[in-house]
Design a protein around this ligand. Structure first.
Ligand code: ADP
Ligand code: MG
Length: 680
């Protein structure tokens, strides 16, 4: 019987009512409680002498109760209890509200630890409602858990203690002894006890390290197992290489990195016994579309259809236009399929796809819809893959008999992370921009300088260039507020500084048709200034645009800012990015200064990871990875170790079929069962 089969109500003091609260925290079973690791710890050993307390800081004091507790009534039928404690260096006043037990809990003359925020006034140092523990009984380090209304830390501590006491004496450790020795990892039982109630800091660190390592290892192994599974499928062979012939017709010479990417794909499609399953990762503007076009041409010339899925209507439309031009003299049939087309338009295109008239279909997720049936899909390409879940990517691939799969991403992700996130894919990195690109000059300004910035934009437009202005962000609730906000903001600009210039608006609430029209007008130069919400973020290509101004820059993650900035600097003109922000917080300043300093997406991604943790990447769980209990991806050293360990284990036992790995296999299964990735 596993503790994961025992409902949380088996713990004393947890009835059905309280169990609801535990479930809110994701704790359904006693086992879940054991793996509900503390979010931080209070260190009661780091005491400060009273005389050295620092106002406004959270401190720990070891002191003796120096006065009896005096309780008085205050307004609203509440009570206030006051007392003083002392150590060798001075006195500290304590205040508690509405706690009638204080006088029995804090006894005159006895010694306690107190932890809380310190204030200082004319009566001296004070703490309001500090936490406290008897000095003789205090553990050095106590756990602090995630809480929810109705559940306090004491209840969590009690539940964790009892859950741990139910662990069997002899635990089977999913990590083989050999591996633990090699990476200096403590055993599971020690780790579980010390992650909750560590004997000291070193024990806590050791326990956490072991659990983090294990979780990353499981994640790694799970992703690798999926990858090897996809290798079992049969392939569509595309013997002849047509890419080279196509590349000759392009209006430019491919960069070395683009050529390598094409080669990788063609090699996969011609030689591998299994279908291509490749990610092309290249910074904005690195020319992924041309690589795709070559792959599509190769696919069609070998007798198959190619599908190219983009995350937005705008982007799908733009790719369609690009492809029509690139394939103008080839006779290839290219079609567009998006959700906003009329029912009869869609039906016609779907007929062409089904009866094989279409060679290349470009579209949005309408491509994945059940009513889209391909006659012979040979290659499924997904652009800006971070916008799609793992499931949608798989959806497109399921439209054929194990077609070749290519995904494109401009979200630069540090390499270590990429290995995990895209563990099921082979990776090609395009690490070179087409020649002649200049660095986008980036400035971070306060709103007091906005007028100057707008003047600068005017000058650029007078020289024939175009500009993007990203609207201030609206607070939660978006939807109509987004539209309202975009409209108001644009109106202000149209009536004010830009009254003599053509201004267009683009926001998420617009009908796709209207969006397309605005985008077309911007692309053709009819509109000089495009005021938009972040819908321009992805992939749009207007080479004449040279300025990107972003309001409320502090509210965007670095990766998003980098994507936005990627809309300019795509042509021969020097381009500029102006980040407007009045939030002078240290973190904001630091983040925006990274943008000013570098244009390198990978460097920015690394900084983002360091400064914010991986939240920006994993917000909304966009990568479809399982939820982690304890690990995060900023611990790159453990990440690298776990990767090495995963490789070694799989080398020894390719399917983890080895008996000693049974428990590990079960844990991987559990980790992935909780996410949309299904493993079996
Ligand atoms: P992304 O990788 O961001 O999708 P695109 O494929 O949209 O980039 O390419 C950006 C721009 O660079 C396009 O206008 C494209 O025509 C151009 N381009 C792509 N490859 C080259 C090249 N080798 N030389 C010159 N221009 C190129
Ligand atoms: Mg692109």
């Amino acid at each position: 019987m596993s503790l994961y089969d025992l409902p949380i109500t088996k713990l004393s003091g947890i009835g059905e009512k309280r169990a609801v609260l535990f479930r809110k925290l994701g704790i359904f079973t006693v086992g879940d409680m054991v793996s509900c690791y503390p979010r931080s710890y209070d260190n009661w050993s780091a005491t400060t002498p009273i005389a050295e307390l620092v106002p406004d800081e959270r401190c720990v004091v070891r002191g003796k109760v120096a006065t009896p507790v005096s309780t008085i009534r205050i307004s609203g039928g509440r009570t206030m209890a006051k007392l003083s404690v002392c150590d060798d260096s001075g006195y500290l006043n304590l205040v508690f509200f509405n706690n009638k037990y204080i006088s029995s809990m804090l006894r005159y003359g006895e010694e306690y630890f107190f932890m809380g925020k310190v204030t200082y006034d004319r009566y001296g140092y004070q703490m309001v409602s500090p936490e406290f523990n008897q000095a003789s009984q205090t553990a050095v380090i106590t756990p602090v858990y995630h809480l929810t209304a109705g559940l306090n830390n004491h209840m969590m501590i009690r539940a964790a203690k009892e859950a741990l006491s139910m662990l069997p004496e002899e635990m089977h450790d999913p990590l083989p002894q050999e591996l633990r020795t090699r990476y200096h990892l403590c055993d599971l039982s020690y780790a579980l006890h010390n992650v909750h109630f560590p004997a000291d800091i070193a024990a806590m660190e050791q326990a956490r390290h072991r659990l983090i390592f294990e979780e990353l290892l499981e994640l790694n192994l799970g992703m690798r197992l999926m990858k090897s599974r996809s290798h079992e499928q049969t392939a569509i062979r595309m013997e002849h290489d047509y890419a080279a012939a196509f590349i000759k017709t392009l209006p430019f010479t491919l960069t070395g990195a683009q050529q390598r990417a094409v080669n990788d794909c063609i090699r996969d499609m011609r030689e591998k016994p299994s279908p291509m399953n490749r990610l092309i990762q290249g910074d904005v503007g690195s020319g992924k579309t041309a690589v795709c076009a070559a792959v599509c041409y190769h696919t069609v010339k070998n007798g198959y259809q190619a599908a190219f899925m983009a995350p937005t209507e705008i982007l799908a439309g733009q790719h369609y236009e690009t492809f029509i031009k690139l394939f103008a003299d080839t006779g290839l049939q290219i079609d567009l399929l998006t959700g906003s087309m009329t029912a009869s338009q869609k039906r016609k295109v779907r007929e062409r796809i089904e009866n094989g008239e279409s060679d290349i279909v470009i579209g949005t997720h309408a491509l994945v819809s059940e009513s889209t049936v391909f006659s012979r899909l040979g290659c499924a390409i997904t652009d800006e893959q971070h916008r799609f879940g793992v499931a949608q990517r798989a959806g497109l691939a399921s439209k054929g008999e194990h077609p070749h799969v290519l995904v494109l991403s401009a979200t630069p992700i540090p390499r270590t992370l990429g290995l995990i996130i895209y563990g099921d894919l082979d990776i090609t990195v395009i690490d070179e921009l087409p020649p002649g690109r200049t660095k986008v000059e980036t400035y971070s300004i306060g709103s007091d300088k906005r007028d100057r910035a707008l003047g600068f934009i005017k000058k650029q437009i007078d020289q024939g260039r175009q500009a993007y202005i990203v609207c201030p962000l609206v607070e939660e609730g978006e939807g109509d507020a987004e539209m309202q906000n975009a409209n108001d903001y644009a109106a202000e600009l149209m009536l004010g500084v830009f009254r003599d210039y053509p201004v267009g608006i683009l926001h998420g609430k617009m009908k796709p048709k209207d969006k397309d029209r605005v985008m077309e007008q911007f692309a053709s130069g009819e509109i000089a200034i495009l005021v938009s919400t972040t819908v321009v973020e992805v992939g749009v290509d207007v080479r004449n645009a040279t300025v990107m101004m972003i309001e409320n820059a502090e509210r965007f993650g670095l990766s998003t800012l980098h994507q936005l900035r990627g809309r300019v600097g795509r042509g021969q003109y020097q381009s500029y990015c102006i980040l407007v922000s009045d939030n002078g917080g240290e973190n904001t300043e630091q983040r925006l200064s990274v943008m000013c300093r570098t244009n390198n997406g990978f460097e920015i991604a690394d900084m983002d990871l360091q400064m914010r943790g991986p939240g920006d990447f994993f917000g909304n769980r966009q990568h479809g990875l399982p939820q982690l209990d304890i690990a995060d991806f900023s611990d790159t050293e453990t990440l690298a170790q776990s990767q090495e360990a995963a490789e070694n284990l799989l080398r020894m036992s390719p399917d983890l079929r080895d008996l000693s790995l049974k428990a590990l296999r079960a844990k991987i299964h559990r980790l992935f069962a909780s996410s949309e990735n299904t493993m079996n």
